[in-house]
Design a protein around this ligand. Structure first.
Ligand code: AMP
Length: 433
């Protein structure tokens, strides 16, 4: 099947060809015709499935066919949970819309507001935004949402996860009642279903492929490695495999920084990306990683959410996530757009419960690979550690697994807007996968 059969106009098909896409991805095949018909959509898709083009292409076509107004009010609004995802969606909108007479802009927090305000005042047809900055700008009357025809909620699960529910509801209150709504989410909790029920109007449910198909396609391995051996083990994996582009996940910001230092000490170029880093530093790290000047990108879950890194060969779970859904999101960074990839987890004794949660969620056994030829020093024995208790400073420097009572509370994203909204819930994997 080619893009020509989906009902897209020549300007969009030309942009798609320039992008180098030959065939539409499964979600694109299903969602593009439905959106072009003007229907609301409830789509189950995670990053890496081609969902961005799935909603952007038909959205641009609808806007280009509709009546153009001279002052260019915002006619399509795309909400995303993170700045990185907003920037990526904006890039997509620009690329796919390059042959159309439509203007687009992106707004997110963490950067100066003034340039965004200047762009908005000149009029934009498509606005991509994170909820907090959008509300700030709306409150200052820098923008109006009264003419929005299409609303897209991208990665809706993560938006709720990050405490944006109240902001989203406020934003929806500023939109006209008559509009087309598209909701994309990787997971479907009760909260997502409630939100979908309150926003969508007779939505067409779209499931690209069963949610865990990405998981099945990816070669998953696990090694039983104690935490004091993990960095040596990882360095050996990278060196022996001569890996050039590896995304490594840690659970904490501190853990990410610490691992980066160890890698750098072995002359392996690496950078950390997490909530304490400025937007500029995050963008720079991502650029370096994409262009190959940085070999290893060490990221926390929140920071990595929505990153578009095509054809990533290796993803390492240096520490397992305490929320099993994060595992699915993490390993979704590899094997993208049909390519095969490898996801490797380093699991310490204390993380075994997390591994079991992941296996339960994904309905598969991951199992341990044998560690052959690992030359690091023998693990420090438990008795020795007991005899030499860690100092307080050393303890603070440990990247301990988060106790279950504490899990979901740590690594709260730095968000714009009302801090009361920062309730994190644990989304459930959909039953019908
Ligand atoms: P997304 O899930 O939207 O983040 O897209 C994941 C990656 O797939 C991006 O790098 C896109 O450029 C790429 N992509 C999207 N659609 C296609 C397609 N039809 N063929 C090949 N690659 C695609």
């Amino acid at each position: 099947m080619s893009f020509n059969t989906l009902g897209l106009n020549e300007e969009l098909l030309k942009a798609v060809r320039q992008q180098g896409y030959e065939t539409p991805s499964p979600i694109q095949k299903k969602v593009i015709p439905v959106i072009l018909e003007g229907k609301d959509v409830l789509a189950s898709a995670q990053t890496g499935t081609g969902k961005t083009a799935g909603f952007t292409l038909p959205m641009l076509q609808i806007l280009s066919q509709g009546q153009q107004m001279r002052q260019r009010p915002i006619r399509a609004l795309v909400l995303t949970p993170t700045r990185e995802l907003a920037a990526q969606v904006f890039d997509n909108v620009k690329s796919y819309g390059r042959f159309l007479d439509l203007k687009s802009a992106v707004v997110f927090g963490g950067v100066k507001q003034n340039p965004q305000a200047v762009t908005l005042r000149q009029g934009v047809d498509v606005l991509v935004a994170t909820p907090g900055r959008l509300l700030d700008l709306h409150n200052q009357k820098i923008l109006s949402l009264a003419k929005v025809e299409i609303l897209v909620l991208d990665e809706a699960d993560r938006m709720l996860d990050m405490g944006f529910l109240r902001d989203i509801k406020k934003i929806i209150g500023f939109l006209p009642a008559k509009r087309q709504n598209l909701l994309f989410s990787a997971t479907f909790s009760k909260e997502i279903r409630l939100l979908a029920g309150s926003i969508l109007n007779n939505p067409i449910p779209i499931e690209a492929t069963p949610e865990n198909s990405t998981v099945e396609k990816i070669n998953q391995k696990a090694y039983r490695v104690e935490k004091d051996q993990k960095s040596a083990f990882l360095i050996q994996l990278i060196k022996e495999g001569n890996w050039k582009q590896v995304l490594v996940f840690t659970r904490t910001k501190h853990g990410a920084n610490k691992l980066c230092k160890s890698l750098l000490s072995k002359e392996i170029s690496s950078l950390a990306i997490h909530g304490n880093k400025s937007q500029q530093a995050r963008t720079k790290a991502l650029e370096g990683f994409k262009n190959g000047s940085i070999r290893i990108l060490v990221a926390t879950d929140i920071a990595a959410r929505g990153l578009d890194i095509p054809l990533l060969p290796h993803v390492i779970n240096y520490e397992l996530p305490s929320v099993p859904e994060d595992y699915v999101h993490r390993i979704g960074r590899t094997g993208r757009a049909g390519a095969s990839g490898e996801a490797i987890s380093l699991v310490s004794g204390e993380e075994m419960a997390y591994l079991r949660d992941i296996e339960k969620l994904t309905d598969q056994k991951i199992g341990f690979d044998k560690i052959e030829g690992f030359h690091a020093t023998a693990p420090i024995k438990e008795e020795v550690r007991k005899q030499e208790p860690l100092t307080e400073k050393q303890q603070n420097n440990q990247t301990r697994p988060i106790p279950r009572s504490e899990k979901n509370r740590r690594e709260q994203p730095k968000r714009e807007g009302n801090p009361e909204n920062q309730k994190r819930f644990r989304p459930k994997w959909p039953k019908n996968r």
